[in-house]
Design a protein around this ligand. Structure first.
Ligand code: IPE
Ligand code: IPE
Ligand code: MG
Length: 242
């Protein structure tokens, strides 16, 4: 049940699927004279709290952008620190979420360390039947990369003769994405003051309401989420209609 600012809002009015761009960890740390990694650590902690809050108020799908295909450009030790943090985080967070969150990882896993890949696979398998909340973690995720993969899959089917190019539909493309079977995000939320989506869910978010907030992710609280949802509720969603 929603509390606080959303207390009067019926659950069915809430966005079904929220996409979150977890941004601003580095700046948060820099402001405190700390290494960027400290920002990532705090960011992971805040994500657990927000995921828990989303679960409480009845959000059904939450997708968090944790590492993009472009983030490998960062110094190697930062990328390594993010991976190490993730390793620990997945163990701890999953213990807590175990009973009712269905976890899925979006992105190309092949460049990740094999122990991490195994952990991801295990978490997905063990949580597959949970349905209180679906949590997607976009890790080494790039929207263009995702679309290229879908194109390759469909091209392969054409080459094999299982489908013809004229049969390719939007639904078939959607079914080839990492988010296959899930509803498109209703709202994409980016904290940190940046107003761009940085290769996050380009296919899925064509009709998502974009909400940008001037707060660094490690400072993000449930009250910020309430404010974002209130903004979302004021939008008139027309999907091309009148
Ligand atoms: C987001 O925070 C986390 C990742 C992209 C991994 P940043 O690390 O991008 O933080 P800023 O944007 O530099 O403050
Ligand atoms: C987007 O943040 C990616 C993630 C949050 C994982 P970035 O910090 O990488 O985005 P840009 O570089 O500011 O566009
Ligand atoms: Mg950033």
């Amino acid at each position: 049940m929603a509390k606080g600012l959303l207390a009067q809002v019926p659950t069915e009015k809430l966005p079904v699927h929220i996409g979150l761009i977890l941004d601003g960890n580095g700046r948060w740390a820099a402001k405190r004279g700390l290494p960027r990694t400290a920002g990532h650590r705090q960011g992971a902690k805040v994500f657990s709290e927000i995921a828990q809050y989303c679960r409480e108020i009845g959000i059904q799908y939450l997708t968090a952008y944790a590492l993009s295909t472009e983030n490998w450009k960062r110094p190697q030790d930062e990328v390594k620190a993010i991976m190490d943090l993730l390793r620990r985080y997945l163990d701890e967070a999953f213990q807590k979420q175990k009973e009712d969150a269905c976890v899925r990882f979006l992105g190309d896993r092949t460049p990740l360390a094999s122990d991490l890949q195994e952990k991801m696979q295990r978490i997905e398998a063990e949580s597959a039947n949970n349905d209180r909340i679906h949590i997607n973690i976009a890790l080494n995720y790039g929207g263009r990369d995702e679309i290229v993969r879908a194109v390759r899959t469909l091209a392969q089917r054409c080459a094999e003769g299982t489908i013809s190019p004229s049969e390719i539909s939007e639904q078939m493309v959607s079914d080839c994405l990492y988010t296959c079977g899930q509803p498109d995000p209703d709202m994409i939320l980016r904290p940190s003051g940046e107003m761009r989506t940085s290769n996050f869910l380009p296919w899925q978010s064509t009709y998502a309401e974009l909400v940008f907030m001037d707060v660094l992710w490690p400072d993000f609280t449930p009250n910020h989420l309430d404010q974002a949802i209130l903004q979302y509720l004021q939008r008139s969603r027309r999907f091309g209609g009148v």
